[in-house]
Ligand binder design. Structure first.
Ligand SMILES: Nc1ncnc2c1ncn2[C@@H]1O[C@H](COP(=O)(O)OP(=O)(O)OP(=O)(O)O)[C@@H](O)[C@H]1O
Length: 481
């Protein structure tokens, strides 16, 4: 090769090229850097971090890249983000094919996804998922030469139905341009498949386009990125993954698989009942929270938990029997929950009245709510937050503190990690014929007597339910951490 005299033995390819009409030496190094000198300045692009893909335009090669914005830049609402697209164009004097081959070979070696199933929920959040997809997400995937199969969700549970029967071998991953609701449908759909073990290896990526974007906020915030479509899509393209715990919420044989949270009491009431004020936009949550705090409800009931190491001193000793583990046989279709042998362990209990109970898998419950600052994606534990009673003014300030996560430092709050959890929900202290709502991952799991929309059927009844965790069961596309 005629450029051998310039090549370091470890370089992948090097050659003289035109850049902006000027001759320059360009090198793809073994550690994945495209290096050149332009106007006397050394320049480089990292194949792993910056380069999405490339295309051939006549004699030129256009490298599609993104570069990180200066820290402290402005993020313009849902558009904008941590990265800006930047093309780098060069024209090899010879051996264009050699350059294409080596660039392709390097990109292929990174194990990035090439075929993705994309759910777009036009209904979630501010109903802008379609626009976010077209303006922000699709162009980046095109730059990275990722093949997309796009499915707009047409009705509730559409995404769940789709993944239950799809051919998993057709995709390298699933992307949800939505809120957390579609993610939860996808996880539940995959777990209900007979081949769930294999199906669950498919990484799931999130692009924030809903009201609650807690999972993608948790993933991006952990590495200091903003929660926006741009950063989320680039994380998916780069193809890094991380596992996440999956909680099985069971009531008899009825199961729901949760990746985010379970709430009962004040938080569930605010989440679900504030729907009455949807016309107010996002202000509905603050408005209804104020209303609920002024007329504070306290619930009777009991919780039992198996504390994580270091949290054994909370609550009182108790004995607990979990639902019988289903006998795993060939006839069982789908995942049946973790195999647990918890009965003989040292359960603890707390008795009501309670203001609220929150059980969290990841730190952020929504983009502005750092519910469980110590939560880890795949530690095999859930973070339990218990509020039994507190003066209303303090409660108001605690609600405000959820945006920074400092509420968990309050003496009124018990914040611990648990391995398993049982909820025995009761009626309101002041109205014994009125019960509450249990909410998981934004969906109503159970509605008690005389609750909002109590005539609508829910998956479970307002009765004892148990929660167990399977460590790192699902896989998510994630920024590198
Ligand atoms: N075309 C549709 N019409 C009505 N509901 C839909 C449609 N597609 C999906 N859904 C439902 O929309 C719900 C919300 O989905 P998504 O995850 O996008 O947003 P979210 O942030 O969880 O909730 P929100 O609706 O408050 O924005 C899910 O329960 C899903 O089943």
């Amino acid at each position: 090769m005629e450029n051998d005299q310039f090549m370091c033995p470890t370089d992948i390819i090097t050659g003289i090229v035109f850049i902006d009409g000027e001759l320059a030496m360009l090198t793809l190094t073994a550690d994945g850097e495209l290096r050149w000198t332009e106007y006397g300045l050394r320049q480089y692009l990292s194949m792993k971090k910056d380069v999405l893909g490339f295309i051939v335009e006549g004699k030129q090669i256009r490298v599609k890249a993104v570069v990180e914005k200066e820290a402290g830049g402005i993020c313009c609402g849902q558009f904008g983000g941590d990265f800006v697209r930047k093309d780098f164009v060069f024209e090899p004097l010879i051996d264009q094919n050699g350059w294409c081959y080596k660039l392709r070979q390097y990109l292929d070696s990174l194990g990035r996804p090439k075929r993705l199933l994309v759910f777009v929920n036009p209904f979630g959040g501010k109903k802008s998922a379609r626009e976010i997809f077209v303006k922000e997400v699709k162009p980046l995937f095109e730059d990275a030469d990722v093949q997309l199969e796009i499915q707009e969700t047409k009705y509730q549970l559409h995404a769940k139905e789709f993944v239950k029967s799809m051919d998993v071998s057709k995709y390298d991953g699933i992307v949800c341009v939505s809120g957390d609701g579609i993610l939860v449908e996808v996880v539940n759909g995959l777990l209900e498949r007979a081949d769930w073990r294999n199906a669950l290896k498919l990484p799931i990526g999130m692009v924030p386009a809903g009201t609650g974007n807690g999972m993608i906020k948790s993933l991006l915030d952990t590495v200091g990125l903003r929660c926006c479509a741009n950063s989320a899509t680039i994380s998916i393209i780069r193809g890094h993954k991380r596992s996440v715990d999956v909680a099985t919420i069971a009531q008899g044989n009825t199961k729901f698989f949760s990746v985010l949270m379970l709430a009962w009491g004040l938080i569930a009431d605010i989440d679900i009942e504030s729907e009455k004020f949807r016309w107010m936009g996002s202000a509905r949550i603050d408005f209804y929270a104020l209303q609920r705090i002024i007329c504070l409800r306290r619930y009777n009931g009991r919780i039992l938990f198996l504390p994580a190491p270091g949290f054994e001193g909370y609550g009182q000793p108790a004995s607990c029997s979990l639902y019988q583990e289903p006998h795993v046989s060939d006839k069982e279709v789908g995942y049946q929950g973790p195999e647990t042998k918890f009965e003989d362990l040292e359960w603890r209990e707390m008795k009501g009245p309670f203001v609220t109970i929150w059980l969290h898998n990841v730190p952020w419950g929504a983009e502005n709510t750092l519910t469980a600052p110590a939560a880890k994606f795949s530690d095999g534990y859930l973070d339990l937050i218990v509020l039994k009673n507190c003066p209303k003014l303090v409660l108001l300030s605690l609600m405000r503190q959820t945006s920074s996560g400092t509420h968990v430092e309050s003496p009124y709050i018990v914040y611990i990690k648990v391995k398993a959890f049982v909820l025995e929900p009761g009626a309101l202290v002041d109205e014994p014929d009125k019960e509450g709502i249990i909410d998981s991952d934004g969906e109503v799991l159970a509605r008690g007597k005389r609750t909002y929309k109590c005539d609508q059927k829910a998956l479970m009844s307002y009765d004892k339910l148990q929660v167990t965790v399977d460590q790192g069961l699902a896989t998510l596309f994630s920024p590198e951490y």
